[in-house]
Ligand binder design. Structure first.
Ligand code: DX5
Ligand code: ZN
Length: 219
């Protein structure tokens, strides 16, 4: 069993066949279900909300990795705990009191994640890294699936790995956006622990096989 996790993003699933696609992930070698919540304010797009996540949760057998692309996420921390989220990530750029938000997430029994936009420097996490269970490094500008991978991400993964090691933190590094079989291996070599993949999985001919392919590449 490889230690690198694969988290298919349900944003790219066929919403008319959501149960089928969630069950495909259940039966695949994927580790988590990645769930993208967008509010049309923090990002220029609206994805889905509580009723859809409840439907996903009903069928999902693997941990729910929820990525909040919303302003003022503190308002909904308890709601996402009640929906069964295992990991809850808030955006660095959307939190005025990140330390407090992370404590609130953990108090609800979830792993606390922080997502950072492509323009946000890793050094800004220096004083908070020990509190973070997972950093979701955005390798595209959040808001849409199917965008191309930003190459500068490799340097960011390496800097983040160095910061985590220096501070002796147990933080996982997740990469989100534009992940394919072309960059998966290099991302893991740079220090990634979790790979999110939306379009590459769900738009492929055989999503189960594509997940397996990513799992093998990730090693
Ligand atoms: C982007 C989302 C991603 C997205 C990834 O805002 O956070 O999780 O669904 O999709 P792909 O893999 O298609 O870039
Ligand atoms: Zn995401």
């Amino acid at each position: 069993m490889s230690k690198v996790k694969i988290a298919p993003s349900l944003l790219a699933a066929d919403f008319g066949n959501l149960q089928r696609d969630v069950e495909m992930v259940n039966q695949s070698e994927a580790d988590w279900h990645h769930i993208d919540v967008m509010d049309g304010v923090f990002v220029p797009n609206i994805s889905f909300g509580m009723p859809v996540i409840r439907a996903i949760q009903k069928h999902a057998t693997k941990p729910l990795d929820v990525h909040l692309m919303i302003v003022d996420p503190d308002r909904y921390i308890k709601a996402f705990a009640d929906l069964g989220a295992s990991v809850l990530s808030v955006h660095y750029e959307a939190c005025n009191h990140l330390h407090r938000s992370l404590q609130a997430i953990k108090a609800e029994g979830m792993k606390a994640g922080v997502a950072i936009n492509p323009h946000t420097n890793i050094s800004l996490l220096e004083d908070i890294i020990k509190e973070i269970d997972l950093v979701c490094l955005m390798s595209v500008n959040p808001g849409f699936g199917g965008q191309s991978f930003i190459e500068n991400t490799y340097d960011k993964v390496r800097s983040l790995r160095e910061l985590i090691n220096n501070k002796r933190a147990g933080t996982l590094i997740e990469i989100d956006g534009g992940v394919t079989s072309k960059n998966a291996k290099a991302l893991v070599e740079a220090g990634a622990d979790v790979l999110v993949a939306g379009s590459f999985v769900f738009k492929s001919e055989d999503p189960t096989q594509t997940i397996q392919e990513l799992k093998v590449l990730a090693g």
